[in-house]
Design a protein around this ligand. Structure first.
Ligand SMILES: Cc1ncc(C[n+]2csc(CCOP(=O)(O)OP(=O)(O)O)c2C)c(N)n1
Ligand SMILES: [Mg+2]
Length: 327
């Protein structure tokens, strides 16, 4: 890995914690898939497996006051931001103890005290919301950056350009974090995007962009930190494009006929967790015993999250009328 110089600047506890977070997201979602298959989770479930280095690297570079506004493949951001796994699982189960009180489900995770402002299902519909938060931050003189995560499928929506234009015109503190996993549902990015480099999509609006390897957590972290610094210092919005791949289908019901097994296998060889764990081992940062202990700890956390979700009550019928309008 080319991370050596990056790793030398970080202490061991942080380096290991990044692995722990990626493992937590992976094991959490493997369990969620199982719970879905067993009928405990209804509606849609979009797994993030394979993309963990993006959420963990990016979120670890954010400050606590910053906002996350994300697309619907959102479990990784909430978990990386420190939302309790039990409450995230309970939301997937539609329980009253869920992060969004059981009303949102997998695609609508909200944890406002931790700066997680959703989880949105309408492709690119959340981009203006992120820009709105950035506008509020600027007007109030707050030091808060809105980090808007969107997929490669969202960049061709008109609303993305409208919102980006406004953000650039008014120099708003927003980072457009484009998670390019190669596909929007079953459509390859080359079949949907007429341009060549997504990270340059903001050029005409004076929004600089950069590309990063989304399979390497330390590189994502470093690139995000640099971009955030520039945005925070008043330079206006920026774009970061992370190249990554989802190892599972678009959602739980996807026969994956649009991509080859070879392509998936090539990306899986670069599994962000496997490569990073190997790297930490090579650097004498993590022994086999420590790795095993980490796996056990994460496994116990996920089991506990499922227990919490299963034992939690359904929302009361009256909850249907709550939080619909502002009182
Ligand atoms: C406005 C709108 N159009 C279509 C859809 C249906 N849809 C759901 S996900 C998706 C693909 C989005 O792909 P991308 O942004 O690359 O995110 P990924 O699933 O790859 O993470 C589409 C077209 C939608 N939810 N919203
Ligand atoms: Mg995509």
């Amino acid at each position: 890995m080319a991370d050596m110089a990056l790793a030398e600047r970080l202490d061991k506890a942080l380096l290991v914690d990044l692995l722990r977070q990626m493992l937590l997201i992976r094991r959490f979602e493997e369990k969620a898939a199982e719970m879905y298959a067993r009928g405990h989770i209804g509606g849609f479930l979009h797994l993030y497996i394979g993309e963990e280095a993006v959420a963990v690297g990016a979120v670890s570079a954010m400050q606590p006051q910053d906002y996350i506004v994300s697309h619907y493949r959102d479990h990784g951001y909430a978990l990386a931001r420190g939302s309790p796994p039990g409450r995230v699982m309970a939301e997937l189960f539609g329980k009253a103890t869920g992060l969004s009180r059981g009303k949102g489900g997998s695609m609508h995770l909200f944890d406002v005290p931790r700066g997680m402002w959703g989880g949105y299902a309408i492709v690119a519909g959340h981009v203006p919301l992120a820009v709105g938060l950035a506008l509020a931050s600027k007007r109030k003189g707050e030091n808060r950056v809105a980090v808007c995560f969107l997929g490669d499928g969202a960049i061709n929506q008109g609303v993305f350009f409208e919102a980006m234009n406004m953000a650039s015109l008014w120099k708003l503190p927003v980072l457009f974090f484009i998670e390019n996993n190669g596909y929007g549902m079953g459509t390859a990015v080359e079949r949907a995007f007429a341009g060549k480099d997504i990270y340059r999509i903001g050029q005409g609006h004076n929004v600089p962009g950069q590309q990063v390897d989304g399979m390497q957590v330390l590189e994502v972290r470093e690139a995000t930190a640099t971009a955030l610094e520039q945005v925070r210092s008043g330079g206006g919005p920026r774009i970061l494009e992370a190249l990554t791949f989802r190892f599972r289908g678009h959602s739980m019901a996807d026969p994956e006929l649009y991509r080859s097994k070879d392509e998936a296998a090539r990306w899986m060889e670069r599994d962000p967790i496997v490569t990073y764990r190997r790297y930490l081992g090579e650097q004498d940062m993590l022994s086999q015993e420590e790795t095993d202990a980490l796996e056990r700890e994460v496994g116990a956390t996920v089991d506990e999250a499922v227990r919490f979700a299963q034992e939690s009550p359904d929302p009361e019928p009256e909850a249907l009328y709550q939080n619909v309008y502002l009182d």
